[in-house]
Design a protein. Structure first.
Length: 320
């Protein structure tokens, strides 16, 4: 019988993690559970940095970005010694199950931890890259996309006024989801993503042709995993002779007040995760799939997600 659970946030932060923590804590207490908060992810389990959370502990955090529990990369958890110490902490504090809020790297660690020590682990899908396999939408994605879109709308104003080419770099080391989504919603002329081989000659041909017929401004969105904005801008200038500017949005996309979509997903995912632990379920991630909240096995969630890019990519080109 589940009596005490712990919640932690691991990996990269995502807007909506705080509402998810709030949901886990308050719903867990409502279900007569004790809820512990683990600070700095797996590092906190290894080093016993955790404390009980009350209803008041999560007051006022629903609209805050980031995570009150902090998050950190933890190479020590990849070692047998680190995992053993984390398991000892779980036993010492009589924790019956863990709720891990994070992305596929976090879930891979939780999956291994569960298999090795039989400690029930549930995942709440939170990743701005939306790159968790088997899950259509994660906490934080909507906020990150809207943050990038707001920036691109502002860049469009100056690009049109100054008649310049802009290369805007957004996050996405292995996934082009953010780049594709904001390029379409922002009316951008080109998008460069890891999933599609870049043909810079074709991009430059389109720019020159557009310039000849009077199109003097151009916005190219590039996912960080597909190339660096400065390098691409330099090559475009060399190939076209046209002035090019760069904007790297960087970690601004991780912060900010979570949108209503990110909050609603977080609050619902938190409740379902607690219910799953109470029901004796483990080794699964909670996310949105086909418009419904779904349970996805960690073994599936940690596989590489194939982004369906063809229709979006074509539509961006057609609407240019």
């Amino acid at each position: 019988m589940i009596k005490k659970i712990a919640v932690l946030t691991t990996g990269g932060d995502a807007p909506g993690m705080n509402p998810a923590i709030r949901s886990v804590v308050r719903y867990g207490i409502n279900q007569r559970l004790e809820v512990m908060g683990v600070f700095r992810g797996w590092w906190g389990l290894i080093n016993e940095e955790l404390k009980p959370l009350s209803h008041r502990s999560v007051s006022g955090i629903i609209g805050q970005g980031g995570t009150i529990l902090k998050t950190a990369r933890c190479p020590e958890f990849r070692t047998a010694e680190g995992q053993s110490r984390a398991a000892e902490t779980v036993r010492k504090y009589n924790i019956d199950g863990l709720i891990v809020i994070g992305g596929n790297g976090s879930f891979a660690a939780a999956h291994e931890f569960y298999k090795k020590y039989n400690i029930p682990c549930l995942g709440i899908a939170a990743s701005i890259d939306n790159d968790i396999n088997g899950i259509d939408y994660t906490i934080g994605t909507d906020t990150a996309v809207n943050t990038a879109l707001d920036a691109i709308d502002k860049i469009r104003d100056t690009a049109t006024s100054m008649e310049r080419i802009f290369v805007v770099e957004v996050m996405g080391r292995e996934s082009g989801f953010i780049a594709l989504t904001v390029a379409l919603a922002g009316g951008c002329e080109e998008v460069i993503i890891p999933e599609e081989k870049m043909d810079l000659n074709l991009v430059c041909h389109d720019i020159v042709h557009g310039n000849l017929v009077g199109k003097m401004s151009w916005i190219i969105v590039v996912a960080e995993g597909a190339g660096k904005a400065d390098d691409i801008a330099r090559q475009i200038t060399e190939m076209t002779g046209l002035e090019t500017r760069t904007v790297v949005l960087g970690h601004v996309q991780r912060g900010g007040r979570p949108t209503a979509v990110s909050r609603d997903l977080a609050l619902n995912f938190g409740k379902i995760a607690v219910d799953c632990l109470i029901a004796g379920k483990a080794d699964i991630a909670i996310g949105l799939t086909s418009g419904k909240i779904a349970e996805v096995a960690f073994s599936v969630a940690i596989q590489k997600k194939e982004l369906k890019i063809e229709n979006l990519y074509k539509l961006i080109k057609v609407l240019t």
